[in-house]
Design a protein around this ligand. Structure first.
Ligand code: NAD
Ligand code: DAU
Length: 356
């Protein structure tokens, strides 16, 4: 498939910004980021591509139907890659409303705008158009000690976050089935890597450890996640966007199951080596109250993506985690901006400039 222009929603977030940086480097596509810049959106994560003439950023809420439709009409995309979402499970427990609004209503709004645009396209562009929905393995619920999620696993979301993502997956499916919108969906396991907002396990542990603060492990620390380096996820999304079968879903995973305690121990050991002045780090591990409804184990069987489309992850958990720790140590400015809240200044300046 030949793409020229791609809209990436949520392109200022952790995975979205990786997609944008990677695809601008590896393709000749024009990439337009559509992002509301919530607390999780950070223009500093797009600094490496700021001056690229094929990159632009539009500050828009996916729930704002006229603004979304206006952007799509102006940009005339060949594809929309949809990552914008509220993404943090803990926040969904204390405040589910934003998750329903953005993940469900926002996805609906985007689908309707995409459909209105797509149905007016000439035949060849209509056939080539793609709506790629980026989703999570959490829609499948929680596993016991054995087995792995695959594309045929029944949905059983357990948190407000995963329920809202499951809802968005079903809307995408219905817009294909009912209206023929050419969609593909990917359901991925836990990502980690550079530019990850430090509310999530891995960046939180790295930054707390360096600062000599407690490392809060929920419950017994034996919950299992399947970890994938974010650059590998970005490559998987592009593989499915370009070559995935319309109407299909593809599971993406790292074949790297680890208990949370394993992850934290590995991080502590890496930091003992790479940042010994704040160590030894394992002494900082602190067991805290468990997350309500905490899913016990996730694991992904990504055979379909591997055999049908030839995707393979390039980074092992060990090499990816080492790169990630090193990145946080090498990028104190990005970290300082996020931890001090200064990264929000940019958006405040933009809005005050606009209204001035
Ligand atoms: P993130 O929280 O880092 O980024 C989300 C981005 O969406 C931010 O830039 C934010 O400003 C933007 N956004 C939020 N609400 C918006 C709205 N109403 N309108 C426009 N933009 C809005 O999230 P992430 O970790 O990069 O995840 C991206 C996507 O991938 C999500 O859909 C998530 O469900 C999915 N996913 C994440 C993981 C993971 O491990 N992080 C794994 C599988 C799937
Ligand atoms: O599986 C994919 C999902 O992975 C994505 O859809 C979500 O957007 C993403 O946030 C992630 O969800 P998790 O809940 O698995 O990620 P989180 O980093 O919040 O937590 C990972 C595990 O670590 C989980 O079992 C909870 C635990 N944890 C988390 C934090 C923040 C702790 O023990 N201590 C912590 O402080």
């Amino acid at each position: 498939m030949t793409l020229k222009t791609v809209i990436v929603t949520g392109g200022a977030g952790f995975i979205g910004s990786c997609v944008v940086r990677q695809w601008l480097a590896e393709t000749d596509w024009r990439i337009v980021v559509l992002d509301k810049l919530t607390y999780a959106g950070n223009v500093e994560s797009l600094a490496p591509v700021r001056d690229n003439p094929r990159f632009s950023l539009e500050i828009i809420d996916i729930c704002d139907a006229p603004a979304v439709a206006g952007l799509i009409a102006r940009v005339q995309p060949d594809a929309i890659v949809h990552l914008a979402a509220e993404s943090h499970v803990d926040r969904s427990i204390t405040g589910p409303g934003a998750f329903i609004q953005t993940n469900v209503v926002g996805t609906y709004t985007l689908l309707e705008a995409a459909r209105a645009y797509w149905r007016e396209l000439p035949g060849d562009r209509q056939a080539a158009f793609r709506f790629h929905h980026v989703s999570t393995d959490e829609v499948y619920g929680s596993l016991g000690d054995e087995g792995a999620f695959s594309e045929t696993t029944a949905y059983a979301p357990n948190s407000p976050y995963s329920a809202s993502k499951a809802g968005s997956d079903q809307l995408v499916r219905a817009w294909h089935h009912t209206y023929g919108l050419p969609v593909v969906t990917t359901n991925c396991s836990n990502n980690y890597g550079p530019y990850h907002f430090p509310e999530k396990l891995i960046p939180l542990m790295i930054l707390n450890a360096v600062a000599g603060k407690p490392l809060p492990v929920y419950g017994d620390g034996l919950n299992v996640r399947d970890w994938l380096f974010v650059e590998d996820h970005a490559r998987a999304i592009r593989t499915v966007l370009e070559r995935g079968r319309v109407g299909e879903t593809y599971c993406v995973g790292g074949r790297a199951e680890r208990t949370n305690l394993d992850v934290v121990h590995t991080l502590c050991d890496l930091l003992d080596e790479l940042h010994p002045s704040s160590g030894p780090h394992r002494r900082l591990i602190t067991y805290v109250k468990d997350r309500p409804g905490h899913d016990r184990r996730y694991a992904i069987d990504c055979t379909k993506l591997e055999t049908e489309l030839g995707w393979r992850q390039q980074e092992s958990f060990e090499t990816g985690l080492r790169k990630t720790v090193q990145w946080y140590l090498d990028n104190p400015e990005w970290v300082r901006g996020v931890t001090s809240g200064d990264y929000r200044r940019w958006i405040e300046t933009q809005y005050s400039t606009r209204s001035a």
